[in-house]
Design a protein around this ligand. Structure first.
Ligand SMILES: [Zn+2]
Length: 116
């Protein structure tokens, strides 16, 4: 067996404040990574899993993201910019197909998005 382990989540400090509520735990982890890549601190709290494992799909649970209060505005700004850019569609330069902003490659002809 050589299963890849999920990275340990980063846990929020008690003094941190909620900056955003991600749609699910997977998006939350990704956004924490995004904030950390931008030089901010960010983390999660307990995912509210007490007894719920197996009953509620983890990817259906809204998951708040926390950051230090003094970084809240910047963290929010980064997430908003990310959300906006991920929803901006782009037109494939090769086949003119319109693709969702979250895709890096044209779904029809597999050409890379050269505008990003
Ligand atoms: Zn294309």
């Amino acid at each position: 067996m050589n299963m890849a382990h999920d990275p340990e989540p980063t846990w929020a400090e008690p003094s941190w404040v909620e900056v955003y509520s991600a749609a699910n735990a997977i998006e939350a982890q990704m956004l924490v990574g995004l904030l950390q890549a931008n030089g901010l601190q960010a983390g999660l709290r307990g995912l509210g899993m007490g007894g719920a494992i197996g009953e509620v799909p983890i990817d259906a649970l809204a998951t708040p993201i926390y950051a230090p209060p003094e970084q809240k505005a910047r963290a929010h700004d980064i997430i908003m910019r990310y959300e906006a850019s991920s929803e901006t569609p782009w037109t494939c330069p090769h086949c003119q197909e319109e693709n969702g902003g979250q895709f890096e490659f044209c779904w029809q002809c597999n050409a890379p998005n050269s505008f990003s």
